[in-house]
Design a protein around this ligand. Structure first.
Ligand SMILES: [Ca+2]
Ligand SMILES: [Ca+2]
Ligand SMILES: [Ca+2]
Length: 286
């Protein structure tokens, strides 16, 4: 049966080559906003102002502190794959960090660590992938936003918010569901080692915030940090070059080899339905 399928599939591919398919990635999760006013801050930047009566501006996330060991931040996220698609392969995360300085808004973080869990790590969640030794930081860039206290001058520039682009392509395909990640950061080593690198929090913060901070070997409830997760389009089978014809050949090779990666719908292992599911998704684009 597989050989006849192969002939059919190759014929289909010959037709497909004629069509151009959109490429790209998709945002699969957004933990919430933090910009409170646009263009009113220092040099026309936007601001992220903590709510009235809120004293906290951010949460320490220093991986290198001497204060009782590394400090880590945990929060959950949800993945919802389309019907017939077994899950998403994450590509990158955008996270936001602050290290206070007035000397520059170009804060270059030294490292960013990520570990992925199947549940709340403070309640016994199990590690899926990742660690606190592999630097996943791709780039740091000024976000165009300054973080402010609830009473700080609108033109305050001591807390430039840095956009951190973080590699997530090392994670396995994630089926629909809820996951937790634990992160920790090394600040800009060209700046004074104190204050510590911090996360900010979704502003205004959600009543349902459930993030956790690991500090002095204990977990503490904090507010959720803003972050977004992007994933490869499900039809981008090889996660290279967007959705293109090579993905069809790559998928079929995996399918004929019986590779678990060809279980496109995430149901019943590798079967014929995965071929149709994959091709439908490929044609639909991203
Ligand atoms: Ca959360
Ligand atoms: Ca591809
Ligand atoms: Ca399947």
């Amino acid at each position: 049966m597989r050989s006849s399928l192969r002939r059919s599939a190759v014929g289909v591919c010959a037709l497909l080559v004629l069509g151009g398919i959109a490429s790209g990635q998709v945002t699969v999760f957004d933990n919430g906003p933090f910009i409170t006013e646009v263009g009113v801050g220092f040099n026309g930047a936007s601001i992220s102002r903590a709510e009235t009566s809120v004293i906290t501006i951010g949460f320490n996330a220093n991986a290198t502190t001497a204060q009782g060991g590394p400090i880590r931040i945990a929060d959950d996220f949800s993945i919802t794959a389309p019907p017939g698609v077994g899950g998403y392969r994450l590509s990158t995360m955008t996270f936001f960090g602050v290290q206070s300085t007035t000397s520059t808004n170009n804060v270059q973080f030294g490292a960013f660590y990520v570990a992925l869990y199947d549940g709340n790590p403070s309640e016994g969640g199990t590690l899926i992938a990742g660690d606190f030794t592999t630097n996943r930081l791709v780039s740091s860039a000024f976000s165009g936003v300054y973080r402010l206290s609830s009473t700080g001058l609108v033109t305050g520039n001591s807390r430039p918010v840095t956009r951190l682009t973080v590699d997530m392509s090392w994670t396995p395909r994630l089926a629909s569901g809820t996951y937790w990640m634990v992160v920790s950061a090394v600040g800009d080593t060209a700046l004074n080692p104190t204050p510590n690198p911090q996360t900010i929090f979704v502003t205004p913060h959600f009543p349902t915030a459930n993030a956790q901070q690991f500090f002095n070997s204990q977990w503490f409830a904090i507010w959720d940090p803003p972050f977004t997760l992007r994933a490869f389009c499900p039809a981008d089978f090889d996660t290279v070059g967007g959705v293109d014809v090579q993905d069809i050949f790559g998928f079929l090779n995996a399918w004929f080899a019986g590779s678990a990666s060809a279980d496109f719908d995430g149901v019943d292992g590798v079967q014929v339905g995965d071929i149709f599911g994959f091709l439908n998704t490929w044609f639909a684009g991203c």
